[in-house]
Write a protein that binds this ligand. Structure first.
Ligand code: MN
Length: 129
């Protein structure tokens, strides 16, 4: 059984790209298009990892992360921030806020899944060569 990644992203094109890349890499995916929907899905489905766009229509990423961390059932899930408006200092700021990693868009398709796997307890259950 594959590891489950919850994608919280309101941009359809990015959502599809993340889904395709992750599924091709052996992950199962869940999708949410708002932070609220993502929080509910994270609580009910308990994904192994969350990829979150930090510009969502209802909440900013920092607030959504705080809410995820507050809930016992989602407090420890790794959360990776993605953003289209990469600016100098973003990485430091987002890691300081508590995100486990930060990936600027456009993502590097060839390394995206491996980057996420590194955050999973057993490396995503995939042997590396
Ligand atoms: Mn967005």
């Amino acid at each position: 059984m594959g590891q489950v990644v919850l994608i919280i992203e309101d941009n359809e094109r990015n959502l599809k790209l993340f889904r395709d890349v992750l599924q091709l890499s052996g992950f199962e995916t869940l999708e949410a298009r708002t932070a609220q929907e993502g929080l509910e899905l994270a609580s009910s489905a308990r994904p192994d990892l969350v990829v979150m766009d930090i510009q969502l229509p209802d909440l900013d990423g920092a607030t959504a992360l705080t809410l995820l961390r507050k809930r016992e059932e989602t407090a420890h899930v790794p959360v990776v921030a993605v953003t289209a408006f990469a600016m100098k200092g973003d990485r430091e700021r987002l890691l300081f806020l508590g995100f486990d990693d930060y990936i600027p868009k456009p993502i590097d398709v060839s390394s995206f899944a491996d980057r996420l796997r590194r955050l999973l307890p057993d490396g995503g259950g995939v042997a590396t060569t």
